[in-house]
Write a protein that binds this ligand. Structure first.
Ligand code: NHX
Ligand code: ZN
Length: 683
């Protein structure tokens, strides 16, 4: 797991992301500086402290002749400047000096009521000052004094940044910076890393490139199981390493291979192993990387990907989850919204045709739904090979367990064989999850090593969900649940082809209140008898409720759902019903081009329904019959379950005795179609 993280480190052209981040911070910084600048200078926002004064004081200053100039600012207030020498000499002006010692603060502010009133007062005060000056002077001197210039108020207009729309301007600046940042962010998500500015790499492919500088530390040795798939993929690696060997005989190197299989089976891991082994450049991307809401981007990304790949040939392109673009065209013709995806797919098809098979570019793609892919994609000459990556079987699971158990501290009692046996249907990812979960459970239990019990609990948890012992269940409910589960156990015990029981529990887990767990046999085909007995066993829960209490509960929902689906499959898909006949309405092509509904008539539809109902009804009666015949054992089993909450196969055997048919079954391995006609369960 940790490994994977390391390999995932993308090889975007080094550090370019970092540079880009810096630029964002530059913008932030510039913004901050601007703000600070305005804070301290612009338009005197809180600039120097002003010292207010009254007209009475101001008049005194004028009369003393201390005023050097008067500014009328914006016609709203006057600034009265004091002559510097007077200001420092006279204690009267101390408040100016002590204001902050700032030399620019050499004035008072007088806020007049009206400008006219101020002018009138001012000229009057100046006149009075002159008159006072003339006392005891000669007429000429008087005249001189009277003619001398006075300090005239000078009008000034001062634009205040904050008052004159400056604030809204600042808002604008902030807003546009924000938008810029957002747009940068948006574009930065789609870079392949080309160039410093990600804005221009929009149509570039987002493929990650792994080449000799990038260590991919997954090799084929790390891929457990999947032997056949591995072999096929190895061959592809070999094509790239020794193309001559194949082409010299006139063969053509395949262009693409499709890895198909259920989720978690290791398709991506396999591709990574190819990257690790091939020693050629390896482009990796996901199908959804092509998809963008803008027209033409997907196609241009495909073009870009192939151009880059051709430059680096020989190389491998890996497209994960190719169904994102490769879905069959023309299905959702109504919406029209798929045009973009179709263009992308068309481009991909064209590009795959476009280069010769000797160009040394091989395309790997992975999907878990090959059937929905466009047929054009699957034809020979494009993805001409399908490599199926299936769920692991017992031996493969053992190998996968061994891989994932390596980093786990194991107790002596851990039995890998048993674990592999107990985990049918698990994928590689599930197994990894089991190992991790077991280690966590053991850690919570303060153990020094991980024991077998921890593993089994982990398996239970992954199959059934979290245990919920705290769920409050009334005694009556508990009784019903016990009988329901005992019903499953009893019925399955008595049926020849039902799967062997592993454990029965009434501890709530996930969404269910109780469960009977079986160990399904790993088989490729299933007979009618097996399906039938499984259905009877599944109905055993509801049957027990009815037989014992005469009432039914909603609890059988899951059981009934399962049975109904299975019965429908038997009738409509597997041709297992006499009345409907040996035919199948299954559609493996996934194309529903002509069918706007079901491919059979209303009459057949009714027949199917009635046959399904009959089938389930008879199975239900069978289950009830088994339970009535074994009523006493059922009661004992339910009582035991109520007491113990968890029961294993041995407990059931103690009540019921050894399972009938078990010896018989030992001689009957792998039932073929012939054996299917042998009369089955008489129970
Ligand atoms: C519930 N679940 O969801 C409870 C928790 C018969 C003892 N109400 O067959 O767990 O009852 O053999 C709405 C209405 C699920 C939603 C009814 C969702 C019923 C599993 C079924 C055990 N074991 N059933 C089983 C079980 C349930 C269910 C529902 C719902 C039970 C049974 C669920
Ligand atoms: Zn049930």
């Amino acid at each position: 797991m940790e490994n994977q993280k390391k390999q995932n480190a993308p090889l975007r052209k080094g550090g370019n992301n970092k540079k880009y981040r810096f630029s964002i911070y530059w913008i932030y910084g510039a913004f901050l500086l601007l703000f600070l600048y305005l804070q301290f200078t612009g338009g005197g926002f809180g600039g120097t402290r002003s010292v207010d004064t009254t007209w009475y004081e101001a008049a005194k200053m004028i009369k003393r002749g201390d005023v050097s100039k008067i500014l009328v600012v914006n016609q709203s207030f006057a600034e009265i400047y004091i002559k510097a020498d007077r200001m420092y000499a006279d204690p009267e002006y101390e408040e100016l000096r002590s204001a902050d010692g700032h030399s620019s603060n050499n004035h008072y502010v007088y806020k007049f009521l009206t400008l006219e009133g101020f002018q009138e007062n001012l000229s009057q005060a100046q006149m009075e000052a002159k008159v006072a000056d003339t006392v005891g002077k000669s007429p000429e001197q008087k005249q001189q004094i009277m003619d001398a210039p006075v300090v005239e108020p000078e009008p000034v207009v001062r634009k205040n940044f904050w008052d004159n729309g400056g604030f809204s301007m600042l808002l604008w600046i902030a807003f546009s910076i924000l938008m810029m940042v957002l747009i940068f962010r948006m574009f930065s998500r789609s870079p392949m890393g080309g160039g410093g500015s990600s804005v221009f790499s929009f149509g570039k492919s987002k493929a990650q490139l792994y080449d000799k500088d990038t260590r991919v530390n997954v090799t084929f040795k790390d891929v457990a199981g999947l032997d056949e798939a591995k072999e096929e993929v190895m061959e592809i690696v070999d094509f790239l390493k020794h193309p001559k060997r194949y082409t010299s005989l006139g063969g053509k190197i395949p262009k693409g291979a499709l890895l198909v299989g259920p989720p978690g089976t290791g398709k991506t891991l396999l591709a990574k192993a190819v990257a690790g082994e091939a020693q050629v450049p390896f482009f990796s991307m996901s199908g959804s990387d092509f998809v963008e809401m803008f027209v033409g981007v997907g196609a241009s990304r495909v073009r870009d990907l192939f151009r880059t790949a051709k430059e680096k040939a020989p190389c491998i392109i890996f497209i994960d989850e190719i169904d994102a673009i490769g879905r069959a065209r023309g299905k959702n013709a109504f919406t029209g919204a798929n045009d973009e995806r179709e263009n992308t797919l068309n481009q991909l098809l064209t590009e795959m045709d476009g280069f010769g098979s000797n160009s040394g570019v091989i395309i790997l793609a992975a999907t878990n739904r090959a059937e929905i892919l466009d047929k054009a994609l699957l034809r020979a000459g494009r993805f001409d090979r399908q490599i199926s990556v299936d769920l692991p079987e017992m031996e493969e699971r053992k190998a996968i367990f061994s891989v994932h158990l390596k980093p786990v501290k194991l107790a002596k009692d851990v039995d890998v064989d048993f674990l592999a046996k107990q985990t049918p249907g698990f994928s590689g990812a599930d197994i990894a999850n089991v190992c991790n979960e077991a280690a966590l459970i053991a850690a919570r239990r303060n153990k020094k090593e991980v024991e077998m019990k921890d593993f089994l609990d982990a398996v239970d948890r992954i199959v059934g969900g979290l245990e919920r012992r705290s769920k409050i269940i009334s005694p009556e409910e508990k009784k019903v649940i016990s009988y329901h589960e005992s019903g499953h156990a009893s019925v399955s015990w008595m049926l020849r082809y039902a799967n062997p029981l592993v454990k029965v529990t009434i501890v709530p887990r996930g969404k269910s209140l109780g469960a009977a767990w079986y160990l399904p046999e790993e088989r490729q085909i299933t007979t009618i008898e097996q399906m039938h007995d499984e259905m009877v066993a599944t109905l055993g829960g509801r049957a027990a409720e009815e037989v014992v209490f005469g009432k039914m509960s909603t609890g059988a929902l899951n059981d009934l759902e399962k049975v109904t689906k299975q019965a429908y499959a038997m009738v409509a898909y597997f041709g297992m019903n006499k009345e409907v006949g040996t035919l199948s309405y299954y559609d493996s092509t996934g194309e529903q081009e002509y069918s706007f509904g079901k491919p059979y008539s209303e009459k057949t539809s009714e027949l199917i329904d009635s046959e399904v109902r009959k089938m389930i009804e008879s199975a239900y009666e069978e289950a009830k019959a088994i339970l009535r015949d074994n009523r006493e054992k059922l009661d004992r089993l339910a009582a035991l379950l109520m007491e113990k909450e968890v029961m294993f196969r041995d407990d059931v055997e103690a009540v019921f005795g050894p399972r009938p048919f078990d010896e018989e079954k030992a001689g009957m391995e792998g039932p073929g179609p012939e054996e299917a006609s042998v009369p089955g369960s008489e129970a």
